[in-house]
Design a protein around this ligand. Structure first.
Ligand SMILES: Nc1ncnc2c1ncn2[C@@H]1O[C@H](COP(=O)(O)OP(=O)(O)OP(=O)(O)O)[C@@H](O)[C@H]1O
Ligand SMILES: [Mg+2]
Length: 327
């Protein structure tokens, strides 16, 4: 592990600046090294006494470290160093420091084409290494002042094997969860990340979650209402899904072309979304195919001035800090 590290830790030299975020297993803070002035983000992961054996490292931390240390791509967060604090049993992941997550920036975001391209590039890179992220959502996507986007939070990620039939269905936040997961298909693949990507893309364009269900069944029905209830003609493995019922209400039409213009999506955005949100996981395009879609107008999608609005970012950061102080 130490070979791949680029940070020389001297724990006492790091001064905590402020909290960047909080998650299920701990918090993330910005820290500065007062000797080198290097800035990093530290993710503190506390052992979860409810679920893990006493003193055992949470499985999400093991996954995150194991996978992140293998990855090196401009659109994937870099893991710089891993440390352990014996006083509180916290595991400390030193990560390159970003400015804001997409969730908090999305309302002010423009140039969604460039961010979409970067997001897809990160997904294509992990999929080419047969890694599933399994929790793609705006909270887990980070942005910096230069307009660079990176995938983060690999706590649910895992390597994919075609023969795997023991994959958990407790993946992806409801709004971004693929229909094959919601319907409990016998297995799933990279296509689940592509579905989440489609939902995030739509949200970047419209500033609204595409499918907003409060329960698994409501989430499914929201999908069916927009895309039409799936049929075995469209998705041949549908009947193998444990939760599939022939008695599901039948919405017959795909209404993307009708509903999305009302949310100000352009024709080219809608055409791209239609290509992504395919029910059959086998027919859903892969990230490398989507990168070649004409929605991306080269070289615009990679070269255009995409610097985020610093005032908006700083306001969002202040808002976040206020919430954390009041929490
Ligand atoms: N490297 C980073 N730079 C800047 N902010 C970060 C960084 N890593 C995480 N954050 C912030 O901290 C939040 C939580 O981080 P992360 O998603 O990795 O934790 P988590 O405990 O796995 O979260 P959850 O399980 O709730 O999704 C992110 O949504 C983001 O706002
Ligand atoms: Mg997270």
């Amino acid at each position: 592990m130490k070979d791949s590290l680029t940070l020389t830790p001297n724990t006492s030299a790091w001064i905590r600046q402020h909290q960047l975020g909080a998650g299920t297993f701990g918090s993330v803070a910005k820290v500065i090294n007062h000797e080198t002035q290097q800035i990093t983000a530290v993710k503190y992961i506390r052992p979860n006494k409810n679920y893990e054996e006493d003193g055992e490292i949470p499985s999400t931390a093991v996954r995150e470290v194991h996978i992140l240390k293998e990855l090196n791509h401009p659109n994937i967060i870099r893991l710089l160093y891993v440390d352990f604090n014996p006083d509180d049993d916290n595991i400390l992941l030193y990560l390159e420091c970003m400015v804001i997550d997409l969730k908090r920036y999305i309302n002010a975001l423009n140039h969604e084409e460039s961010y979409t391209y970067q997001l897809l590039s990160g997904i294509e890179y992990i999929h080419s290494r047969r890694i599933l992220h399994r929790d793609l959502k705006p909270h887990n996507i980070l942005i910096d002042y230069a307009g660079i986007l990176k995938l983060a939070d690999f706590g649910l990620a895992r390597y994919y094997h075609t023969t795997d039939r023991t994959l958990t269905h407790e993946v992806a936040t409801l709004r971004y969860r693929a229909p094959e997961v919601l319907l409990n298909a016998p297995t799933y693949s990279m296509a689940i990340d592509v579905w989440s990507f489609g939902c995030i893309f739509a949200e970047m364009c419209t500033k609204k979650a595409l499918f907003f269900g409060e329960s698994e069944i409501e989430q499914l029905y929201k999908i069916f209402q927009l895309l039409g209830t799936p049929t075995v003609e469209l998705w041949s493995e549908l009947s193998e899904c444990l939760y599939y019922q022939t008695l599901f209400p039948k919405w017959t039409e795909n209404k993307l072309g009708f509903e999305m213009p009302k949310l100000n999506m352009t024709d080219s955005q809608i055409n791209f979304l239609k290509v992504i949100l395919i029910y059959s996981p086998k027919r859903r395009p892969m990230a490398n195919q989507l990168l070649k879609h004409p929605y991306f107008t080269y070289p615009m999608c990679v070269e255009k001035e995409i610097r985020p609005n610093a005032t908006v970012i700083d306001r969002a950061i202040r808002e976040q800090q206020r919430k954390m102080i009041n929490a």
